[in-house]
Design a protein around this ligand. Structure first.
Ligand code: MTE
Length: 319
């Protein structure tokens, strides 16, 4: 078990943990009051057009960190989601009218099972879990976020990729009417990301459908987004509509935009600096303006679970 030294525990963390526990009680109470909406942890129980339904009583995964989560406000008001603007506050401001339902997800490429599925049908086959993960943005800030989601490995196994499938590619919705940031060519839309099959089969990545026990807020990538905790946050593609099993390494948005700065792997690595800044330390959001930056950990502290995926790979070249 990780035991924090008292000096490592900041007052803001203690407060946010209390808030978190209160919120969980609130969510439980809400779930009793709204029992018709919820029937256990299956998301199929969520009324489709209900925004912010509660995902109460979801089991906490053993992969969760015991670090105190950031406040709900931090998690939902300090975001990167260029489809709704490039400022940190833009997604929270501009995504409120986005309606993520109905939503469908297409699974395509080299797999035994493919097709287009309603979001609820896609999700209900898998167990929901709470996973409290550190998130390290490539911009050198970090948070701890209590996600609710399904294991990506379970999803991959279900669709049975063939031996030709070496990568999984993901795409965000491309709809400039509903996502006003796409009217400007700040990126080559749609936003794209990818993982190797081995990475996708690791037990850590999830497709998250909620945060803090509630369905995913729009600004965090409603209704479903990827979370890969040992990689920089930009790998966590939001509002996914397409999952494609492919043979060749897929193009990824930030690599297409600036290949010298953002690689395909994007593993958190304090020893490989971004060309314009150091990656050795990070600013924990919510820690206060004057808090010291904390050291960034190799693979964001998840090396025990994932370092073996990269044995023999030069992580300086394959950044
Ligand atoms: N997904 C899409 N579609 N568009 C984006 O702009 N930004 C990425 C990632 N996923 C982004 C995206 C970046 S840079 C980060 S750090 C995380 O989302 C931020 O997730 P959060 O806002 O939920 O903290």
């Amino acid at each position: 078990m990780l035991i924090q030294k008292p000096a490592d525990i900041r007052p803001s963390e203690i407060t946010s943990k209390e808030n978190y526990l209160n919120r969980r009680d609130f969510i439980r109470a809400g779930s009793i009051a709204g029992a018709s909406v919820l029937a256990g942890p299956a998301l199929g129980a969520i009324v489709p057009d209900q925004q912010r339904a509660r995902l109460a009583d979801v089991a906490r995964s053993e992969f969760s960190t015991i670090e105190a989560p950031n406040d709900y406000e931090d998690v939902t008001t300090y975001n990167n989601f260029y489809e709704f603007g490039t400022g940190k506050d833009d997604p929270h401001q501009n995504a409120q009218d986005f309606d993520p339902r109905p939503w469908s997800i297409t699974v395509a490429g080299h797999a035994e099972k493919t097709g287009t599925f309603h979001f609820e049908d896609f999700i209900r086959l898998f167990d929901l879990e709470e996973r409290i993960y550190r998130m390290r943005c490539v911009e050198a800030w970090s948070m701890v976020i209590p996600w609710v989601g399904i294991s990506l490995a379970d999803v991959v196994k279900h669709y049975q990729p063939t031996s030709k499938a070496r990568y999984v590619a993901f795409e965000t919705l491309h709809d400039p009417v509903r996502m006003p940031g796409q009217r400007r060519r700040v990126l080559d839309w749609p936003y794209r990301e990818g993982l190797t099959i081995a990475e996708a089969m690791n037990p850590l990545p999830i497709l998250a459908v909620g945060v803090y026990g509630e369905t995913m807020p729009n600004q965090n990538g409603a209704p479903i987004r990827l979370v890969v905790p040992w990689k920089y946050g930009f790998k966590g593609i939001k509002s996914i509509v397409r999952i494609n099993f492919v043979e060749k390494q897929p193009q990824t948005s930030w690599n297409m935009a600036a290949a010298r700065e953002y690689g395909f792997y994007a593993n958190v690595n304090p020893e490989v600096d971004h060309p314009r800044w150091s990656q050795a330390r990070e600013r924990r959001i919510g820690a206060g303006l004057f808090a010291a930056r904390q050291p960034t950990l190799m693979f964001n502290g998840y090396g025990e679970q994932v370092a073996h995926l990269y044995s023999g790979l030069d992580l300086r070249k394959n950044y």
